[in-house]
Ligand binder design. Structure first.
Ligand code: NAD
Ligand code: AHE
Ligand code: ZN
Length: 373
């Protein structure tokens, strides 16, 4: 029987209610698991979407958070790939290197523990967290809104020791998702024309990766004019606010890109925007990548003719990145100055202030808020 420890956590007791910071009980790591002290966590729009009751897999009470960085403090039996003291990033997309998906070489969507992860429990079907003797669900297999959490070894990326936790945590979701969508999922070529819909914590990373790979026109689309300056800071060459376009937005974008973009990215989660993103692609070859997560019950549609005439609709989860292999490389890219993170972290908060992070996101004031423990 492993030791039970107390740790501070921001618990989502019910949908649409503010998080409550309490001391929870955490059971130590079982075989194949590790206990991690979370040093910092970002707050992603997906946390807000689940808290708002829009996630078909949302379960309560739970401990949200999936964008963390920390230190391994305890090892469960049989753990070989990590040691106590390792600096790590928890992975909501694990990499077991043994399942059909990992072995296919065609996807990053490891299936080893996806079923239990979606049910808010560890691979043995139980939760490590409890409060007042009642279990609390894990979230996306990570639960980084707790100062300590437990993860399976296959869902932990070891990173270099000199990467600052308060920046590296963002690589646990937003940075990798945006950068990887460009480099892994779309494989944008130099000279391409790109349109990015939604210039938040994900969209700005799509912009900086488009710049990195040498895209030509990089158009940003957002309903918030404040995002113009932000976009320009990360490589955007043209800004479009749909509210200020006379007439049809798609026609305007097609015009701007001489027949349509080579690549478009939805970073809003809005299904109407996803349709516009597909239809703003160039006839014959344009590829539209859905990154945004749409609320339960929403569906996408377009005239099949859009696909018959060569546009391609695809999606990207965690930027197509294989967590244990690719995340340490993205940390290197940051540490070597190839990609930027610091300016995007607009707010640094204590755990007690975590509800403010959600307000800042909804008001459009923040790009990323980070809680430092
Ligand atoms: P965010 O709130 O930081 O940014 C969203 C941006 O979209 C804001 O700038 C907002 O003004 C803009 N926007 C909203 N409606 C718009 C519209 N109609 N037209 C144009 N712009 C609009 O959110 P984020 O953290 O960047 O996340 C973006 C989306 O990506 C969310 O749906 C999130 O759940 C999803 N996400 C997906 C993955 C993945 O692996 N696929 C990973 C992380 C986040
Ligand atoms: N639970 C949702 C799906 C949410 C979703 O698509 N999540 C993305 C990551 S968002 C990170 O901010 C993802 O990786 N999806 C792949 C997967 O296996 O969940 C629902 O619709 O049920
Ligand atoms: Zn996320």
């Amino acid at each position: 029987m492993t030791k039970i420890r107390k740790t501070r956590a921001a618990v989502a007791f019910a949908a649409k209610e503010p998080l409550k910071v309490v001391e929870v009980d955490l059971q130590g790591p079982q075989a194949g698991e590790v206990l991690i002290e979370i040093m910092a966590t970002g707050i992603c729009h997906t946390d807000a979407y689940t808290l708002d009751g829009l996630d078909s897999e949302g379960l309560f009470p739970c401990i949200l958070g999936h964008e963390g960085a920390g230190i391994v403090r305890e090892l469960g039996e049989g753990v070989t790939s990590l040691k106590v003291g390792d600096h790590v990033i928890p992975l909501y997309t694990p990499e077991c290197r043994q399942c059909k998906s990992c072995l296919s070489g065609k996807t990053n969507l490891c299936t080893a523990i996806r079923a239990t992860q979606g049910k808010g429990v560890m691979p043995d079907g139980t939760s490590r967290f409890s409060f007042d003797g009642k279990p609390i669900y894990h979230y996306m297999g990570c639960s980084t809104f707790a100062n300590h959490t437990v993860l399976p070894e296959i869902a932990v990326a070891k990173i270099r020791d000199d990467a600052p936790f308060d920046k590296a945590c963002y690589i646990g979701c937003g940075v990798t998702t945006g950068v990887g969508a460009v480099t892994n999922s779309a494989k944008v070529e130099p000279g391409s024309n790109v349109i990015v819909f939604g210039l938040g914590g994900i969209g700005l990373n799509v912009l900086q990766a488009a710049r990195l790979v040498g895209a030509d026109k990089i158009i940003g689309v957002d309903i918030n004019d404040d995002k113009k300056e932000w976009g320009e800071r990360f490589g955007m060459t043209h800004f479009v606010n749909p509210k200020k376009v006379d007439g049809d937005l798609v026609a305007h974008l097609v015009d701007l890109t001489d027949g349509g973009a080579d690549y478009t990215f939805d970073c809003t989660g809005n299904t109407d925007v996803m349709r516009n993103a597909l239809e703003a692609c160039h006839r014959g070859w344009g590829v539209s990548v859905v990154i945004g997560v749409a609320e339960a019950g929403k569906e996408i549609s377009t005239r099949p003719f859009q696909l018959v005439t060569g546009r391609v609709w695809k999606g990207s989860a965690f930027g197509g990145a294989k967590g244990r292999t690719d995340v340490p490389k993205i940390v290197d890219w940051y540490m070597n100055g190839k990609i930027e993170i610091d300016p995007m972290i607009t707010h640094v908060l204590d755990l007690d202030q975590i509800n403010e992070a959600f307000d800042l996101m909804h008001s459009g004031e923040s790009i990323r808020s980070v809680v430092v423990y």
